[in-house]
Every structure is written in C-alpha cells, then in structure tokens.
Design a protein around this ligand. Structure first.
Ligand code: GDP
Length: 362
C-alpha cells in the first residue's frame, strides 16, 4: 500500500492532523478486519465519487475504496541530519515512505509556541528541506568513498562516480534531488540510494478555520516556494479536521457551511497524495461489493489482476472491460454489453483510469 510520511517542524499541527486521520481510520476499521494498524500509521480511504455511482448500478452491498497510509514522522528538527532529536531514526522512517506531506504552519496563535519565535513558512520549509538535503549529502558522500575505490579498475564505477559528484555538487548548493535535472540513466544510478529529497512532496498549509475558505498571506509564501519546485499545495485546517471527527453528519454539514467550505482539507490532501504518485484506479463491481483497486500507470491487465490476488495474474485469461463513462451512460452492464461497449481485453492490454473490470482466470 502507498505510504505517505507527514513531516514538519514541531508545533505546526502534525499530530492534530494525524489524529484526525487515525480517527477516520478507526471509524472505518470495521471494513478492514485483517488490517493491523501500527501506532504511528493511519489508513485512510481515498475519496472517489464514482464508487457510489457504480454501487448503485450493480446494487452492491458494500463499497470498498482505495486506501493510503499516513505515517506520523515526529522529531524532525533543526540538526536532525546530525543526529539531533530523534535524528537517524526519523530519517529512516522517511526513507520507507513513497511521498512526503510537509505540514507548514500558516496559522497565528500566541498560545501555540513557534520553535523559531514567529510564523514564517518560507523559513520553516527551508529548515526542513535543508535537513533532508544534508542527510542526502552525507549518504552520497559515503557512497562516493566506496565507489572511488572501485572506480580505479571499473568503467561502470567511474560513470557512477561522475553522477554522484554531480548530485553532491547540487546538494552542496542546498538543492533538493527532485530539483536536479538528471537523465534516465543518471536517475537509475542514484535510485538505490533512496534519497530523501528525491521524494515527491505536497505542502499542507495548515490554516486556522477562518482562513480555510480564503487562504492567507502565509499560504501565498508556501505557494511561491512550491511553484519553484513543481510541488503542490493543499490548504488544510488540522483543527477543523480534529473537530469534525467529533460531530454527527448533520452537525458536520452545518459547521463546514458556516466556514464556507465543503471539507476541512484532509480529503483534498488524500486525493492529492494519491495523484502525486501517478496512481490509477480501476474498479470491480458486482452485487457483493464495488471496489476501487490501486495500480501504477502503465500496468497491464494481468498485473492489475495481480493486485487482487497473485493467482489472478498467473491464471489470467482475459478481462471483460468497460470504461466508467460508458457503463454509467448505459445504465447497466447488460445494456453496455448490448451496445458493444464491453471489450474482451487480453494480456497486453494496458489498464486505463476508471476501467471497470471482470477477470476470467483459471
Ligand atoms: P505538532 O508538534 O506539529 O504535532 O503539532 P500539534 O498537532 O501538537 O499542534 C501544536 C498545537 O497547535 C496544538 O496545541 C494544536 O491544538 C495547535 N494547532 C494545530 N493546528 C492548529 C490550527 O489550525 N489553529 C490553531 N489556532 N491551533 C492549531
């Protein structure tokens, strides 16, 4: 399952946001009886309006959405790359994630102490990014020491050395790996290092409830930085999300309406995280359940079947496939079949976003 790590300076609202994630996960835990949840890991559903529509068409008893894991990575402070705070431990936690959600404090509150004395998103982002860059630099340098020795007699190692030197030089300038222009070949070389600053990132601008619908000047600072990095910004209010958890559906609606928004930002954040990773969704839908399955862009039909069960990949024969749009326009699977919109796809078929599939296997 896809895993995103929540990072940020102390007192920016990470735990508040994470606790809202966990509370949502608990509410849904009944649907996932076999899923063990680690204390700092929360599993959330990826919101997808198509599920309801499909469930209606197939009279499905149950809806099972796609899921993402969020990991609370506490302890990222200035000096962490040198072992301050939880130091190396948190760095290895980040290494295991597929993407980073960087929570940035964009709310003012004199009662909540800011580690640097005042709210300043640009400075905060720089502190965190620099820690990741320094940790990467240390790792690249360690690698260089090893490669250097091999490079005396080995062409491949010589090439690796030039790539490592290039990356080290840019890191030294304070650049994140995701900002460095690398050829495919060069990227392959550094991939095994799982460098932290190479990970895709979303900035979650944490605002007070009053600014949720409008944003504020701090959010603009975050946007400016994100634009330069090709990163995305999602406005969220951790506090609003934590309050929503306590409310009934009706109260929730009223509360959000009074703030002039449709949600507290967590849903958008989850959706954005999912999209960031280039993930695609296909569906299975029958009377028992309508379910969203997560695949990587470019996966073939057998590989997609393998996401359900490895036996399905091995025993794949063909997949009855109809696009979500065609199925909805037809109103039912049988009507889609009559119109010739249900295709029998073979092993070479590349699954598309929104395909509704039924696998035939032996
Ligand atoms: P962490 O150290 O990043 O995990 O931060 P916490 O989630 O523990 O939050 C630190 C403090 O800020 C807590 O007292 C929260 O209640 C408060 N806080 C979090 N988000 C908001 C917000 O959007 N507005 C205000 N006013 N306070 C917030």
């Amino acid at each position: 399952m896809l895993r995103a790590g929540i990072v940020g300076l102390p007192n920016v609202g990470k735990s508040t946001l994470f606790n809202a994630v966990v509370a949502n996960a608990k509410a849904e835990a009944a649907n996932f009886p076999f899923c063990t949840i680690e204390p700092n890991v929360g599993v959330v559903s990826v919101p997808d309006e198509r599920l309801e529509v499909l469930a209606k068409i197939s009279s499905a008893k149950q809806i099972v959405p796609a899921r993402v894991e969020f990991v609370d990575i506490a302890g990222l402070v200035q000096g962490a790359s040198k072992g301050e705070g939880l130091g190396n431990q948190f760095l290895s936690n980040i290494r295991e994630t597929d993407a980073i959600v960087h929570v940035v404090r964009c709310f003012e509150d004199d009662d909540v102490i800011h580690v640097s004395g005042s709210v300043g998103p640009a400075r905060d982002i720089e502190v965190i990014n620099l820690e990741l860059v320094l940790a990467d630099l240390a790792q690249v340098e360690r690698r260089m020491e090893r490669t250097k020795k091999q490079a005396r007699a080995n062409k491949d190692a010589q090439y690796e050395m030039t790539v490592l030197e290039k990356v080290a030089a840019e890191l030294n300038e304070g650049k994140s790996v995701r900002q460095i222009k690398l050829s495919e070949e060069e990227a392959e070389i550094i991939k095994p290092l799982t460098l932290l600053s190479a990970k895709k990132i979303i900035y979650a601008a944490n605002v007070s409830e009053d600014d949720l619908s409008t944003g504020n000047e701090f959010v603009e600072q975050v946007r400016e930085i994100a634009n330069k990095e090709d990163a995305q910004v999602v406005i969220v209010s951790a506090q609003v999300e934590s309050e929503l958890v306590e409310l009934s559906d009706e109260e929730r609606k009223d509360f959000l309406e009074s703030l002039g928004v449709e949600e507290g930002g967590l849903k958008s954040l989850i959706r954005a995280t999912y999209d960031l990773l280039g993930l695609r969704t296909y569906f299975t839908s029958g009377e028992k359940e309508t379910r969203a399955w997560t695949i990587k862009a470019g996966m073939s039909a057998p590989q997609a079947a393998g996401v359900i069960h490895s036996d399905f990949e091995k025993g794949f024969i063909r997949a009855e496939t109809v696009s979500y749009e065609d199925l909805v326009a037809s109103g039912s699977l049988s009507s889609a079949k009559e119109k010739g919109l249900v295709r029998a796809e073979g092993k070479a078929y590349v699954v598309k976003e929104g395909d509704v599939m039924l696998f035939l296997t032996n």
